[in-house]
Design a protein around this ligand. Structure first.
Ligand SMILES: C[S@@+](CC[C@H](N)C(=O)[O-])C[C@H]1O[C@@H](n2cnc3c(N)ncnc32)[C@H](O)[C@@H]1O
Length: 182
């Protein structure tokens, strides 16, 4: 089970900054793990869903939170989320032994790209996604591919001794919305 670390606290801070002046009806924490993001979302959001491929994560979250044991959005039926957050496994395979808590594909971004592709069907038209990425991963590839589907901004960076962590904000562009509705 993933224990909350620098990446977790970084995303938590950005969730608090994003939510503090808003009305959030429905939010989802993908890859809830330690439960830190879902438990924080509970302070701002009327309904909170938490998803993880590891069902032990259910033990980490508050009773008000609805847990879904799922590989990304496979078992998630709910739509119209105002906010979806994800601190994904973001290291490239090979740098670490393949591990669903840490590694996110050969380039470190494949799982995040899969998540973003699926997430747009569950996001409100004016909804927001906040997620973490690392300088160890192929961020050019991430930005090039995700940039076709979302308006993407790096809203925060955290230099660590061995890498830089980034928080990205993704929102849907009109051209994507039209495609989703087709
Ligand atoms: C870096 S940890 C983050 C945990 C926690 N959200 C945090 O910020 O401390 C990544 C989490 O994603 C989960 N995960 C990995 N692959 C997944 C998938 N395909 N679908 C759902 N969750 C997944 C892992 O089990 C792990 O709990």
């Amino acid at each position: 089970m993933y224990e909350a670390a620098e990446d977790s606290f970084l995303l938590e801070e950005e969730i608090i900054a994003f939510c503090k002046d808003k009305v959030i009806t429905k939010s989802l924490d993908m890859g809830t793990g330690s439960g830190i993001q879902a438990n924080t979302l509970c302070k701002f959001s009327k309904e909170v869903y938490a998803v993880d491929i590891n069902k032990e994560s259910k033990e980490k979250i508050g009773k008000k939170i609805k847990f879904i044991h799922s590989d990304l959005f496979k078992k998630v039926k709910e739509k119209d989320f105002d906010l979806i957050v994800f601190n994904p496994p973001y290291l490239p395979d090979g740098e670490e032994k393949a591990d669903p808590e840490l590694t996110g594909g050969k380039q470190g971004v494949e799982l995040t790209l899969k998540f973003l592709k699926q997430a747009k069907k569950h996001l409100k038209e004016d909804g927001t996604i906040l997620f973490i990425a690392s300088s160890h991963a192929n961020l050019d590839l991430l930005e090039k591919k995700a940039g076709k589907e979302y308006y993407l901004e790096r809203i925060r960076e955290l230099p660590l001794f061995f890498e830089k962590l980034y928080v990205y904000k993704a929102t849907l562009e009109k051209k994507v919305l039209d495609k989703v509705k087709e």
